[in-house]
Design a protein around this ligand. Structure first.
Ligand code: CP3
Length: 381
């Protein structure tokens, strides 16, 4: 990326900029006062905002009905379908945000990479990207290819009114893990070997992934998303040193694509305890967070997370997805504990510690939303 947006490592304390179109929900007032946006910006609204990662998808019968006969990535690129699927959990559960129905590999598909999502398995590449020549051959993403994303988001925000839409993208490391391995893997060994065996090739691969993901994220925000989440799902397989040296600068690059838009940014990883503070500062030596919110998985109690990330950032999380199938009394106590510990943060967006398991009873999710909404601002007494 050659323009001024690249690598502008904007800090949270910088004045929000207004490069958004005046008709954008965040600019025209529709979502600026929503519980989600207020909490992401550090406020404690009267009611705690709650949404669920992977709320749009397989736990809903109406989703499964709609998807019959349509491949996952085709569904993502059909604006009427992506919009309807995004809206389904908002209608059903009364969550405080929609998350755009898509996938982290959509932008690489739109760039022309041969990738499919195999049901029950995940993204699978036609041929893995493992050599310098493979990286050289990666195609640029033509911005016009993002038209179905623009249209899907625009249709969705027209329906959502004052409920904000969250746009998202995969972080460069998580995308690269799929590209190098050629599909899902356990420890991402090949990817981590390439990082050290050929650091220059690795760096070019992650820069490519950062720009493709960044363009995808920017398209969603410009078209109407009021917040942006970067998913670094597999960051937990990295040492802290590797994260700082070989990954964080590229995550900065991905997020820099939305830095001039003034939307709150959420940075989430699984197994991220070792690098949680670094995911907040993005490895920058100067004090102060570089994102408005950090997502915490279920392993780390939120009050411990706050000790690691400080009080200038909002925390998001961290109901254990495994608890969704436990008896209601057990789940209820857990949700109350999550909210109590979240009271240690400047602000808290309630969510799961990772995505909704496909076999989850949707009524349980609705009940969790009602419970969270009954608990007030969640501020520590
Ligand atoms: O959160 C939402 O509700 C929005 C939609 C969303 C999907 N994928 C839809 C999807 C989001 C935000 C994602 C992000 C994503 N995709 C991540 C990061 C988040 C995370 O869970 O860690 C990752 C790692 C992927 C890659 C991916 N895509 C995986 C691992 C899978 C699951 C494979 C399987 O079938 O078990 C997918 C497919 C996918 N993405 C589905 C959905 C609803 C299932 C496809 C189906 O319904 O057949």
């Amino acid at each position: 990326m050659s323009d001024s947006r690249c690598c502008d490592n904007q800090r949270v304390t910088d004045a929000p900029t207004t490069a958004l179109p005046s008709t954008h929900p965040l600019a025209d007032g529709r979502t600026a006062g929503s519980a989600l946006v207020r909490a992401l910006r550090g406020d404690r609204p009267e009611t705690l905002p709650v949404w669920f990662m992977r709320q749009a998808g397989r736990s809903l019968p109406e989703y499964r009905d709609l998807r019959v006969g349509t491949a996952m990535l085709d569904a993502c690129l059909d604006p009427a379908m992506s919009s309807e699927i995004t809206l389904q959990p908002v209608r059903r559960h009364g969550v405080d945000a929609g998350i755009f129905f898509s996938d982290i590999v959509v932008p690489i598909k739109l760039a022309g990479v041969d990738v499919e999502i195999v049901p029950g398995r995940g993204p699978v590449l036609g041929s893995p990207v493992r050599t310098a020549a493979d990286v050289d051959a990666l195609p640029e993403l033509d911005p016009t290819a993002l038209a179905p994303i623009h249209e899907g988001v625009a249709r969705t925000v027209a329906e959502l009114g004052s409920t904000p839409l969250i746009g998202f993208a995969g972080a460069p490391f998580t995308l690269a893990a799929y590209l190098v391995e050629g599909g899902p893997s356990k420890d991402h060994i090949r990817a981590r070997t390439l990082m050290h065996a050929e650091p220059e090739t690795w760096s070019r691969l992650l820069s490519w992934a950062a720009d493709v993901s960044g363009q995808f994220l920017r398209a969603q925000v410009v078209a109407g998303a009021s917040a942006a989440q970067l998913f670094d799902s597999w960051v937990g397989s990295l040492s802290r040193r590797d994260y700082l040296d070989h990954v964080a600068p590229h995550s900065v690059r991905a997020l820099s694509h939305v830095a001039d838009l003034g939307v709150p940014r959420i940075h989430f990883g699984v197994g991220s305890g070792e690098v949680l503070a670094d995911m907040t500062t993005l490895g920058d030596q100067a004090p102060g967070p570089r994102v408005e919110a950090v997502g915490v998985d279920w392993r780390l109690p939120l009050d411990t997370a706050v000790e690691r990330v400080g009080h200038d950032v909002t925390v998001q999380g961290n109901i254990d997805p495994a608890m969704l199938a436990a008896p209601w009394g057990v789940l209820e106590q857990h949700v109350r504990d999550v909210v109590r510990r979240g009271g240690a943060a400047r602000a808290h967006v309630v969510n799961l510690g990772h995505g909704v398991p496909p076999e989850t009873d949707p009524d349980v999710l609705t009940r969790v939303v009602q419970l969270v909404h009954s608990l007030g601002s969640g501020a520590a007494a």
